[in-house]
Design a protein around this ligand. Sequence first.
Ligand code: ADP
Ligand code: MG
Ligand code: MG
Length: 897
Amino acid sequence: MTTQYVYDFSEGDKDQKDLLGGKGANLAEMTRLGLPVPPGFTITTEACREYLAAGAEPGALHVQITTALRKLEDDLGKILGDANDPLLVSVRSGAKFSMPGMMETVLNVGLNDKSVNGLAKVSSNERFAWDSYRRLIQMFGKTVLDIEGEVFSEALQHLKDRAGVTSDVDLSPENLRELVDSFKAIVKEHTGRDFPQDPREQLDLAILAVFNSWNTPRAALYRRRERISHDLGTAVNICSMVFGNLGDTSGTGVAFTRDPASGKTGAYGDYLSNAQGEDVVAGIRNTLSLEDMKRIDEKSYTELMATMRKLETHYRDLCDIEFTVEKGKLWMLQTRVGKRTAAAAFRIATQLVDEHLISMDEALTRVTGSQLAQLMFPQFDSANQVKPVAVGMAASPGAAVGRAVFDSKTAVEWAERGERVVLVRRETNPDDLEGMIAANGILTSRGGKTSHAAVVARGMGKTCVCGADEVDVNVNEKCARVGDLEIREGDMISIDGSTGQVFTGELQVVPSPVSNYLEHGLDHAVATADHETAELVRAVDRILKHADSVRRLRVRTNADTADDSRWARKLGAEGIGLCRTEHMFLGDRRVLIERVILAGNQEEQNHALEALLPMQQSDFEQILDAMNELPVTIRLLDPPLHEFLPDRSELMVEVALGKERGHDVSHQELLLAAVDRLHESNPMLGLRGVRLGIVIPGLFVLQVRAIAQAAIERIRRGGHPKVEIMIPLVGSVMELHLIRDEIDQVIKEISTRENIDLQFAIGTMIELPRAALTAQRIAEAAEFFSFGTNDLTQTTWGFSRDDVEAAFFANYLDKGIFTVSPFESLDIDGVGALVKIAVEKGRATRPGIKLGVCGEHGGDPESIKFFHEVGLDYVSCSPFRVPVARLEAGRVKVLQG
Ligand code: ADP
Ligand code: MG
Ligand code: MG
């Protein structure tokens, strides 16, 4: 049996996107629904794949096209390119995913020197016929024959100038005839051959051009970045023409079944009368609203509304459509489930639930964690009512205000004296890192979402607008120009990383209504909002609560202070997955840790440790109080000790100056000696984590005593502390055994002394490949594992984030080695494989072992999906990300069960 390469629109349906492409599958679906779609057929992606593999069309393809074409001709009673009454078609590319770089549509295929006269006669509209013919030569020349589009538009402009008209519509039939001649001359000049007169040849050439456009560099690059397979191929749709350029009772338009920007109910769209295809988006003339269309042509309008309702009911979602009215008759040319803003996504999902079109489970799948995150960022107050001076790419969300500075050094200096600054660069490179850290936000005029500025800003969680190419940055003169406007160093600017907008002046920043809701509850948020905002907040509330009711993954937070703990609880955290203890050694207490490090003997060291105890204890008490009955995982000291000592070069200066002035610098000299002793060339891989606990006896014991006494204090006051003690950076079960022996001993002692039973879970972080690979042994001594995916990513890839992210990640992203930084989204194939191994081995030894993740990946939507699938018990992330994690955990449960 020969393969079927050609499907009539009446044969397919919307679920055949793999074979028919997105456009073809939806055209078939609309045909099946009985909607007015101009008849036509789709050439499958399979035909394209075979063509690309073999370098020639599959043998059966031409015959099948002929068969389909004849059926089309019979159905419509017209012959393609016939001299008297020609059938005309459009040739439209349509891959499974819409993709920049693919061939643009060619309209009016079938017109030639003869059929143009036939068309003029049957339509009684000579102007229309010649306008259609010149469009064919123009589109065909540009997209099929690869002639620079400018050449045609220049010729058109030239003619308009000579004819003294401003709009295309005002050209006379004679003008257009003349234009056809000059377009044909252009084709001849650029390709060395005449514009093809044979209609079938036009068709075949256009089809081949669509196939070939799959492999344009632009399309290939796009696929690499979006991780779309190169093997899919594109379908080609051949669709009989309908004409919106047949006078005032004709027109063309695009529409949405609801407002995709705000989510407001009710159709929304643009209409242009007496126009064909892409004129609407090209912005050649001002478009009309659908209300205006109703006034001009009520019948078509009414039919359009009914059709849109039918589509929305059928797809059970917001649809966008393309339509054309030919002499008062409506035709549907395209539909798909439409893109929308974050706010629209939440509102529309709950609207559809209330209209009984979808369930709450489905509503949950219609929104994403990153959409929720977008809604939580602070925003510019809408009362600002100012217009942006430029719009770039929304590279890293948030709203930033500050004085414009044009180099990294100034950014650092100004920030140090307390100024808010926005770093403005043409593009950034690793030398700008300090300035980026110091700045409130970053604005660049070049580069896209994977540029250095965008990647690094996202990594830091810093607001960034990139690629704002209207902003002409002059670093040498320390200024930027936008049109006539000049922005000088020190001028206030405001940038919106969620929309890409750039403003001059200082805009008011306000918390978003959604974060207002998350912090202060629904009633408060609704009471302070207008009608539309209230609907949004209610929608978020309903969907989040539903996510909570279905998800299996628990969501904890990473918090080091009682304040953060309380904030995270408001946002829905169900415990602390990572409480770092290192900040408890900073500030005023630094001298105490210095004494520990400088101690000459064990006794001195114990003394110094003893002095730290009460402070640690009170920190723990506050955190345990804030979390009360919820679990709190406390990590024992992790970073290398020299992080608590002063900077080496500063010390050296102090010693030298002090000596010169005859001061006593013996203490500084001791410190300097310690700094030198503790110096490591790779601190990330040095003396830290459990290694510290083993090398400095008493250090971990001190911390555990502080924790145990804090817990006792809480219990005495009627609290219910649930403590989990976590040992960092374990690579061998022996390390864990050694530390546990000490810890268990201390806990027992205190328990007995105070006569209170302390049930602490003791576990470890899995953040070294060796730990993952020997997890069956480590589980012998660990009651829980928490995956430290930041360090695990560093140690698996062998790079230190601080050193490499700014240095070359943009380059790697650009080349498609990563699609996203492995620190933003878990590298599932590599790091994920280690997680999986550790989960299996850990459970094999200890079936009930509790498993969680405390790296920043715990708040990343894609990574959460993976953590659910491998069966972790919880994720832990920064407080801000907790709602996102709740939502994503619910989504993955609904989507994957
Ligand atoms: P895109 O994917 O860029 O939207 P389309 O294939 O949808 O490309 O076509 C571009 C424009 O031409 C659209 O406005 C579409 O409605 C119009 N168009 C396509 N085919 C036809 C046709 N057979 N008759 C009239 N207009 C058409
Ligand atoms: Mg389209
Ligand atoms: Mg770590």
